[in-house]
Design a protein around this ligand. Structure first.
Ligand code: SF4
Ligand code: SF4
Length: 120
C-alpha cells in the first residue's frame, strides 16, 4: 500500500515560513544543502533563498501549491525541512502545518480514527 503523504499535493510550508538552519548543513560546510540555493541570515545561520521574504517561496519548491509539488533538493534538504512533519504524521497535530495550509485555503490534515482510517 502506498504511504499516505499529503505533502506531495500541498507544499504550503515551503511557501509560508523562513527555512533557516546552521551554515554547516550546507555543501561548503559538513552538509549537503547546495550553498548556492542559500543566503546568509546571521553569522552562523543561512536560509533557503526565497524564504526570507514577506511572501516566501523556497527556490527549491517546484510545482503548484495545493496541487502537485516537489522539492528539487529533497534528498539534500536541511534538518529544519526534514524535521517538519505534517499534522498527525507522528500522531500529534502540527499547528504550523495547519497554519501554512490555511494560508493557501487548504484544510488541516486530520488524524486517524481508532480503526486506522483518516477521520472525515
Ligand atoms: S504544510 Fe503540512 S501537509 Fe503541507 S507540505 Fe508542509 S508539512 Fe506537508
Ligand atoms: S528545501 Fe525543499 S523542503 Fe525545504 S523549504 Fe525548500 S522546497 Fe521545502
Amino acid at each position: 500500500m502506498q504511504e499516505y503523504n499529503p505533502c506531495i499535493t500541498c507544499g504550503a510550508c515551503c511557501a509560508h515560513f523562513r527555512a533557516s538552519f546552521h551554515w554547516s548543513e550546507c555543501s561548503d560546510g559538513y552538509g549537503k544543502v547546495p550553498v548556492e540555493l542559500t543566503e546568509d541570515l546571521t553569522l552562523h545561520r543561512r536560509v533557503m533563498k526565497g524564504t526570507n521574504s514577506s511572501s516566501p517561496r523556497c527556490i527549491a519548491l517546484q510545482g503548484e501549491i495545493g496541487n502537485c509539488v516537489s522539492c528539487y533538493i529533497y534528498e539534500l534538504r536541511s534538518s529544519v525541512c526534514r524535521e517538519f512533519l505534517f499534522s498527525y504524521q507522528d500522531g500529534q497535530p502540527n499547528e504550523r502545518c495547519d497554519q501554512a495550509r490555511a494560508a493557501y485555503g487548504l484544510q488541516p490534515i486530520k488524524p486517524f480514527d481508532d480503526k486506522g482510517h483518516r477521520a472525515a
